[in-house]
Design a protein around this ligand. Structure first.
Ligand code: PLP
Ligand code: ZN
Length: 414
């Protein structure tokens, strides 16, 4: 049974039936799925949820499907990890990592959005699906479309990381490399979605797709014992995820599943592509598009669709936006790996380093609870840290060689 009522324009409030629509026809603003919260509240006690399988569908009443999902049956319910050693390094008291680096099946938070989008594509009767992508979305659409038996076209900037290219092609998807940046790829994709009757997950399925992001936030609240964190740091590309985390926390309060409590939202970007955080730092919602130039390719969207709302959210919640350089991103990746044993991709390096910077600036309170959204896996961007480590020459298979090379070294360092 579905609790989805209709789609509603975020700006002018006009409502639309739940169909594959890209944006409001009047003002081009995003369309938000609206649910019958009163009926969810009376039909679904919170304790019912707790006995369900540990995946994102345990919150199915708050997702926009009419029936059962056709893919992503094991997606979501990733670990929320208490991170005492990272906390000590940051000088903070209570730090948690929402670890979507181990999300199923393609090791990024994008598996959540794609599971919803492709299930909705099946409900709408699309046989062919696709996306424009900065990498992780490509991997997830390719994998889940294969599992769901869809035809697939995937459009990416031609200079994407090789790991992410291979991890798209292996699933048999038709990969279209476009010589241009993500924003140009996305424009091409919108034209294609209009001309052909295909389900493009981040164009005409976008309103449904983005709802999948909410499950990350439901899980955080449930894993904290049905409590909201005081602060959350979220990496931003188009700015959809951070806004959906807020929507999810609002819904949980509306349903009485958590006590109302203020949450401060902090958005993280790379300095080489920081249209949203730059606006936030200027204290304006006026986004100036940028030409991305950063190793954080998964966040490299120069003209972010939800940027305006992301700035509004950060500023009105008492949070902030901040960005970090490529060197700081690498430091963040290493810091997380060395303190907590979690290898994240560049986007996670952005999140960790931005948190450190915000704490140093006094904008993020180290006495309060802090959740860091770790959204992707380090094995997908190995190149970013390649060559960072001191490599010793190979030794002969002899004990003496080992002792000479390593124990003398250890003794001299002690
Ligand atoms: C897509 C993505 C994000 C955030 O994307 P939004 O467009 O802001 O929703 C964050 N981290 C990773 C690793 C991603 O792939
Ligand atoms: Zn509108």
């Amino acid at each position: 049974m579905s609790y989805l009522l209709h789609l509603k324009c975020r700006d002018c409030g006009r409502t639309y039936p739940a169909e594959p629509l890209a944006a409001c026809e009047e003002c081009w603003a995003p369309l938000e799925p609206v649910y019958d919260y009163a009926r969810i509240w009376s039909d679904v006690p919170r304790r019912d949820l707790e006995s369900r399988a540990p995946n994102m569908w345990r919150y199915r009443e708050l997702l926009p499907l009419a029936g059962e999902p056709c893919v992503g049956h094991h997606t979501g319910f990733t670990p929320l990890v208490r991170a005492p050693r990272l906390a000590r390094a940051l000088g903070a008291r209570e730090v948690y990592l929402k670890n979507d680096a181990v999300n199923h099946p393609t090791l990024s938070f994008k598996d959540r959005v794609v599971a919803v989008a492709l299930s909705k594509a099946r409900e709408f009767g699309f046989d062919t699906v696709g996306c424009s992508s900065t990498g992780n979305l490509a991997n997830s659409v390719a994998a889940q479309a294969a599992a769901g038996g869809f035809q697939t076209f995937i459009f990416v900037p031609a200079d994407l990381e090789p790991e992410k290219i291979v991890a798209t092609q292996v699933y048999g998807a038709r990969l279209v490399k476009v010589s241009g940046n993500y924003d140009q790829v996305n424009r091409l994709c919108s034209e294609i979605a209009q001309k052909y009757s295909w389900g493009i997950v981040n164009v005409n399925l976008r309103s449904y797709y983005a709802e999948g992001s909410k499950t990350l936030a439901y899980e955080v609240a449930e894993q904290l014992g049905w409590r909201l964190p005081q602060n959350i740091v979220v990496p931003m590309a188009g700015g959809a995820l951070i806004n959906k985390v807020r929507k999810a926390f609002d819904e949980l309060q509306k349903l009485g599943w958590v006590e109302p409590a203020p949450v401060k939202f902090f958005g993280a970007q790379a300095t080489g592509c920081s249209p949203i955080t730059s606006a936030a730092k200027r204290g304006t919602t006026e986004i100036e598009p940028q030409k991305p130039n950063t190793i954080a390719r998964s966040l490299a969207i120069g003209n972010p669709a939800d940027g305006f709302y992301a700035v509004q959210l950060m500023l009105s919640s008492g949070g902030a936006g901040e960005d970090v350089s490529d060197e700081e991103i690498i430091e963040g990746i290493q810091l997380l790996a060395e303190t907590e044993g979690i290898f994240t991709e560049t986007a996670g390096g952005v999140t960790v380093s931005v948190a450190r910077k915000l704490i140093r600036q006094g904008k993020l309170n180290p006495e309060e609870s802090i959740v860091l959204a770790i959204t992707g896996n380090g094995l997908k961007t190995v190149g970013a840290v390649n060559g960072q480590f001191e490599d010793s020459a190979a030794i002969r298979p002899r004990l003496a060689d080992f002792e000479e090379q390593f124990l003398d070294l250890a003794a001299s360092q002690a």
